[in-house]
Design a protein around this ligand. Structure first.
Ligand SMILES: *[C@@H]1O[C@H](CO)[C@@H](O)[C@H](O)[C@H]1NC(C)=O
Ligand SMILES: *[C@@H]1O[C@H](CO)[C@@H](O)[C@H](O)[C@H]1NC(C)=O
Ligand SMILES: *[C@@H]1O[C@H](CO)[C@@H](O)[C@H](O)[C@H]1NC(C)=O
Ligand SMILES: *[C@@H]1O[C@H](CO)[C@@H](O)[C@H](O)[C@H]1NC(C)=O
Ligand SMILES: *[C@@H]1O[C@H](CO)[C@@H](O)[C@H](O)[C@H]1NC(C)=O
Length: 364
């Protein structure tokens, strides 16, 4: 029998359901700005998929690279790949996912045995939107008590830093490490290298970034003129450079900073200098093989990280070992945020939050 309270319950259920459309910032080929679409369709989760309500999305330098003409992407999609959120709809067969838990998204699906170049926020719709569709296997619970704008670092920026500094460079106690580029990733790398027992140096062309590095425990922070001077007169040497810029210029200075003299290199007594490239640029980096060999330099690249690295990153954030310097802004301001990043006008990491309808504020 029909009764009024059933109808009320139904209406409440319907109104609590996810809306059909949402605000999303869409990348279009050839357009160097994102298009803010207030009526972008909200996707429906298929088998094994989860619709996440985006709680925060980090604004990454690689998005600036995608928007530049350096490597045009012919696909159209919602940009944003550094995401935390709460499930709002579960597809068939999804298990052990709680709708009250905050999760981080690993953009490379660890369960996908046939990975493609389309990942969340790069080919597939990403996190500069109110909702994002992901596979259950990409979700990792955020430790209790971490604010979304801090936790989000664990899904990309700190995860990438952890892989580069801890796994690839294997920074350890007593190492002398130069962090080249103290931006969204670099300022966390300063803290991680310190935490691992290194003596940390920093290089950045921006005075605010150098100040941030010093505030976070760097021994010395160079502008590029100083770094050129101390590397060319041979008074500055480090074991490792983590290069978050990776341009022709940074590569030249990095080589000079880790190079051993010919006699030291030949003696084979010293450990090789390491350069770890993390930054994404379209520059060609050049070297004569004889120079790398005779000065005992090893060059590595490092991209993103594993589920275990995300766990390590969450732990470091949760313990307060790494404190990202974060500026939050509403999703509506994504183009302004990307422009600021392009102009090297951002200190620390910028994070957008859908529904945060106020001017940017700084938090820690
Ligand atoms: C859910 O948890 C149970 C118990 O821990 C486990 O056996 C099962 O494999 C999990 N399912 C998924 C999809 O992770
Ligand atoms: C989930 O995984 C399946 C199988 O790999 C894939 O076809 C689908 O596109 C993925 N969904 C998302 C939202 O990435
Ligand atoms: C971020 O870094 C700047 C520069 O060091 C500093 O002035 C500011 O207080 C920091 N903000 C937080 C929240 O740590
Ligand atoms: C090397 O260059 C630095 C920076 O210009 C300078 O302070 C230092 O005195 C120089 N040292 C020598 C030995 O030339
Ligand atoms: C706040 O949100 C409304 C509705 O989405 C939008 O029209 C307005 O421009 C937003 N204001 C700011 C400052 O972002």
């Amino acid at each position: 029998m029909f009764n009024f309270s059933t109808l009320t319950t139904l209406l409440v259920l319907v109104s609590a359901a996810v809306a059909d459309t949402m605000l999303a910032a869409v990348y279009e080929p050839g357009n160097n700005k994102l298009v803010l679409n207030p009526a972008y369709p909200v996707p429906t989760p298929g088998e094994g998929e989860v619709l996440l309500k985006v709680a925060a999305c980090g604004v990454c330098h690689s998005d600036v690279f995608f928007l530049s003409a350096a490597r045009p992407d012919p696909r159209t999609y919602v940009l944003g790949h550094e995401i935390v959120g709460t499930p709002s709809q579960l597809g068939a067969g999804v298990q052990n996912i709680s709708t009250t838990q905050l999760y981080g998204v690993l953009i490379i699906d660890p369960s996908n045995t046939n990975p493609s170049t389309s990942t969340i926020g790069t080919g597939l719709d990403g996190g500069y939107a109110e909702f994002v569709l992901v596979n259950q296997s990409q979700l990792f619970p955020v430790p209790d008590g971490l604010a979304p704008e801090i936790a989000v670092a664990g899904t990309d920026s700190l995860l990438t830093v952890f892989n580069a500094v801890n796994n690839v460079a294997q920074v350890t106690t007593g190492d002398r490490v130069l962090i080249y580029g103290v931006g969204g990733l670099g300022h966390q790398a300063v803290q991680l290298a310190k935490h691992l027992g290194a003596t940390v140096f920093a290089a950045d062309l921006r005075p605010e970034a150098r100040q941030l590095a010093l505030d976070l425990g760097a021994t010395q922070a160079f502008d590029l003129e100083d770094l050129t001077a101390v590397t060319s007169n041979g008074t500055f040497h480090v074991d490792t450079v983590i290069d978050f810029v990776a341009t022709a210029q940074s590569f030249e200075l990095s080589k000079a900073a880790v190079a051993l003299s010919l006699s030291e290199g030949f003696a084979g007594l010293s450990t090789p200098g390491k350069i770890v490239l993390v930054g994404i640029s379209a520059d060609s980096l050049s070297f004569a093989s004889v120079d790398l060999i005779e000065t005992n330099i090893r060059v590595f690249s490092s991209l993103y990280g594993s589920p275990a690295d995300m766990q390590s990153a969450f732990d470091l954030l949760s313990q307060g070992v790494i404190r990202p310097n974060v500026t939050v802004a509403p999703l509506e301001n994504i183009n302004t945020a990307l422009e600021a990043l392009t102009a090297h006008d951002v200190t620390g990491r910028m994070v957008v939050i859908p529904g945060l309808n106020s001017t940017a504020t700084t938090r820690r």
